[in-house]
Design a protein around this ligand. Sequence first.
Ligand code: ADP
Length: 168
Amino acid sequence: MQTRIEIVQGDITKIQADAIVNAANTSLLGGGGVDGAIHRAAGPELLAECRTLGGCPTGQAKITGGYRLPARYVIHTPGPIWHGGQSGEDDLLADCYRNCLALAAEHDCRTVAFPAISTGVYHFPLDRAAAIAVREIRAFLQTHAVPERVLLVCFDARTAQAYENALH
Ligand code: ADP
């Protein structure tokens, strides 16, 4: 079980996976951070497909092609903006992980890579987000054979350390 979850440091746009997850916003029309990086690397065709989707509510997920990315699919999920923790943030972040994994399974994605959803400009506390991510991914993998592997992609050492702590 443990070996099905891996911490990887680096840029998610370079990851060879069946699907990478985009920490999007509800418009699905691109933004800063990982969202901007994914759109830049995938090319304008990604934005064109996203325009047809009509946005996405926080905690839900929608799938598109990966275009110029090494990944076959991008799964877009708007994470919750942190408002202090009393606005359903924990449950919404858990929903993001569950709904992305369900979409990945539906599309037979054997390997899925996640960024640290909501922990950038959305300011979700990192340790709390890492614990939720690990809990939800473990629970999903316990009941599903696909995805076979989940990569937790960290842009910095601080994020990698938070995942290490959550995994062990
Ligand atoms: P959110 O709006 O959900 O908080 P951000 O993109 O601001 O999303 O940040 C989410 C996480 O993604 C942060 O840990 C940030 O450092 C990280 N990140 C930014 N660019 C990349 C990238 N190219 N690959 C992987 N992670 C990235």
